[in-house]
Design a protein around this ligand. Structure first.
Ligand code: PMV
Length: 351
C-alpha cells in the first residue's frame, strides 16, 4: 500500500517554489487511541473537521542541499525543529525531490498558543498540503489529497483527518468501503443536514501543556488489559455512529460520542502508569450539560481530547440557548472564562 505513494512521475526541478496553505484542527467522535508501526491506528476513527482553529503555513523552497528553518510569525522556534526533521525523514522516500531543497517554513495558529489545543493535527496537515502542492508543481500531476493525508499521518496520526471534508474517517473498517489505515477519507456525504453546520464550542478548562503526550498515550494501549475489547468496540461504535450521522439521529450520536470520550479517559485511568486527565471543572461541566439536556431536551453533548478541555457539540439552531448555558453556567469552570467558538469546516485550503 505504502508503495502506491512512492513518486513514479518525472520531476522537473525549479530553482525556487513558494506556497501557503491553511489546515484546520479536527475533533474525533470515535477516538483513535493506540497505534503500531509508523503511525498506523489500532482502530478506525471518525472526526468532524473544525473551521476556526487552524494553522496557516507558508513555505519557500530554494534549490540546494536539503535543510529547513522553522519560524512562528517570523520568529525562529527551534523547539519545533525535531518534529519537522523527523517528518522530513519519514516522507523522504515518498517525495525524493525534497532532498534537493532548503525549506523556509513559517507558521501561525489562529487559536492561542497556550490554549491546551494541540496544534499538531492542523500544523502537520498544513505542511503536508504545502509539500503536495510543490510536488504537483514539479510533476504536473494534480493535487493528490490521499497522499496529502498519508504524509500528514506520518507527521501526526490524527493530522490525516484534517485535509479534506467535513467528516473524515481514518482506519480500516469493514463497513466502510475505501477505508484505509494509511490515510483519511472524506465522508461528508454521510452527513444529514442537521450535522452540516454543527457547532463546537471548546471550553478551555486547562490551557497548559498536555500532561500526557500522545506518543506516551498511544503507547499505554500496548499490553493494556482492555485493549482488545476497546479496539473491537471502536469498530462497532463507528458502524453505529455512521448510521446516526446519515439519519440525523441525535440521540444515538450523543450516546456514542459521549461514551467514546469517557472510554478514552477510562483507558488512561486503567493503564500502567495510570492518569486522570480530567479536572474537577471538567466533571462539573459534564454534569451541567447533562442537567441542561434533561431539562430542555436540547441535544447538546460533549466530547474530550486527551486533556481536561471540553468540546461542546450541538446543532446551530440551538446556538442562542447553548450560548446562554455557556455564559450563565459553564464559563465559570474555564480558565479566565475562556472558550473558543468553532464549527464544522471543510478542510485545508490554499491561501
Ligand atoms: O494524532 P495524535 O497522535 O496526537 O493522537 C490523537 C489522539 C486523540 O486526539 C486523543 C484522539 C483522536 O482520534 O484524535
Amino acid at each position: 500500500m505504502e508503495e502506491n505513494f512512492k513518486l513514479t512521475n518525472a520531476v522537473e526541478l525549479k530553482e525556487s517554489l513558494a506556497t501557503k496553505w491553511q489546515a484546520p484542527s479536527n475533533i474525533a467522535l470515535v477516538k483513535y487511541w493506540g497505534k503500531h508501526g509508523l503511525q498506523l491506528p489500532a482502530n478506525p476513527s471518525i472526526s468532524f473537521t473544525l473551521d476556526a482553529c487552524r494553522t496557516i503555513t507558508s513555505v519557500k523552497a530554494s534549490q540546494g542541499k536539503h535543510s529547513f528553518s522553522i519560524s512562528y510569525d517570523g520568529e525562529a522556534i527551534p523547539e519545533f525543529a525535531p518534529k519537522i526533521e523527523a517528518y522530513f525523514k519519514r516522507i523522504a522516500s515518498y517525495c525524493p525531490w525534497i532532498a534537493n531543497y532548503h525549506f523556509e517554513i513559517d507558521t501561525h495558529n489562529t487559536f492561542p498558543h497556550s490554549s491546551g489545543i494541540a496544534s499538531s493535527a492542523s500544523s502537520m496537515a498544513a505542511l503536508s498540503a504545502c509539500v503536495i502542492d510543490f510536488e504537483s508543481e514539479l510533476t504536473g500531476v494534480p493535487l493528490d489529497y490521499h497522499k496529502m493525508s498519508f504524509l500528514a499521518r506520518l507527521g501526526s496520526g490524527s493530522a490525516c483527518r484534517s485535509l479534506q471534508g467535513a467528516a473524515v474517517l481514518w482506519g480500516e473498517h469493514k463497513d466502510t468501503e475505501g477505508s484505509s489505515n494509511h490515510y483519511g477519507i472524506d465522508k461528508s456525504e454521510l452527513l444529514h443536514p442537521i450535522f452540516r453546520d454543527f457547532q463546537d464550542t471548546i471550553l478551555l478548562v486547562d490551557k497548559g501543556e498536555k500532561v500526557v503526550s500522545s506518543t506516551i498515550g498511544h503507547d499505554l494501549m500496548n499490553g493494556h488489559a482492555f485493549a482488545k475489547a476497546r479496539f473491537e468496540q471502536a469498530h462497532e461504535n463507528l458502524t453505529t455512529l455512521k448510521k446516526a450521522l446519515e439519519e440525523g439521529d441525535l440521540e444515538t450520536f450523543i450516546k456514542i460520542t459521549e461514551s467514546e470520550a469517557l472510554t478514552l479517559h477510562a483507558m488512561m485511568m486503567t493503564s500502567h502508569p495510570y492518569f486522570i486527565l480530567m479536572k474537577p471543572q471538567t466533571l462539573s461541566i459534564i454534569e451541567e450539560i447533562w442537567a441542561f439536556r434533561k431539562e430542555t431536551q436540547i441535544p447538546v453533548c460533549f466530547t474530550l481530547d486527551a486533556g481536561a478541555n471540553v468540546h461542546l457539540l450541538y446543532p446551530s439552531e440551538h446556538k442562542i440557548a447553548v450560548g446562554e448555558l455557556i455564559n450563565n453556567k459553564l464559563d465559570q469552570y474555564c480558565q479566565n472564562s475562556h472558550y473558543i467558538c468553532d464549527q464544522i469546516g471543510t478542510g485545508a485550503k490554499k491561501c
